[in-house]
Design a protein around this ligand. Structure first.
Ligand code: M6P
Ligand code: ZN
Length: 194
């Protein structure tokens, strides 16, 4: 018997890797060459292999951008590596519409989610497979891979949130996650060891 009403989902999430497959999935890649002024050590970045991938993003955007009430879904794969002593990480952003939150959760590998409020107070959460992170409204968020294997996490955010990269491009985050004595350390006015 054929059932014409029950259809397969358009997108599938691999529950082990966190990766997305399906026609509507859009993939993008950020390479060393694309991340000018993101890491502290521009000189090191410049001497690195420019087409080396730092992180990849897969998104499922079932609503038109800025649609209120909708949700977007994404998978981010951050490769292991460092620029100087700073771990490979996402650019990080505030939401263009500040009053919007987001969920991140770890699927593979290990890293650190760095959060910053509008007063530039900064803190961080360890990301491991199964860790769930509620990113409250008005917080800038960035993830760094502190492990030797790819860090994969999923994200879900409102379709009207948008991305504000300008503020981070201008002022950066108030702290950076660097490796010191083989340990990740969040370097700001106050040092936090993980
Ligand atoms: C997550 C989501 C996306 C974001 C991606 C990479 O998947 O938050 O919205 O684009 O991470 O982060 P960024 O754009 O800050 O580099
Ligand atoms: Zn976001």
């Amino acid at each position: 018997m054929q059932n014409e009403i029950i259809k397969n989902s358009l997108v599938n999430l691999d529950i082990y890797s966190g990766q997305l497959t399906g026609k509507p999935v859009i993939k993008s890649i950020k390479k060393i060459a694309d991340l000018k002024n993101v890491f502290a050590d521009e000189e090191s970045r410049f001497t690195m292999q420019q087409d080396k991938p730092v992180y990849e993003v897969e998104v499922y955007l079932p609503e038109e951008e800025d649609t209120e009430g909708g949700l977007y879904f994404g998978t981010t794969i951050i490769h292991p590596g460092k620029v100087g002593s700073e771990y490979f990480m996402t650019r990080g952003h505030f939401h263009a519409k500040r009053d919007t939150a987001e969920y991140y959760w770890g699927m593979q590998g290990e890293g650190v989610l760095i959060l910053m409020d509008s007063e530039r107070n900064i803190w961080a959460e360890k990301m491991i497979p199964g860790s769930l992170h509620y990113i409250n409204r008005a917080l800038a968020h960035r993830v760094a891979n502190t492990g030797a294997s790819p860090l994969i996490f999923n994200a879900c955010w409102p379709s009207d949130a948008g991305h504000n990269y300008e503020e981070i491009a201008q002022n950066g985050f108030a702290a950076r996650l660097i490796e010191e004595n083989s340990q990740p350390v969040l370097k700001s006015e106050i040092e936090v060891k993980f």
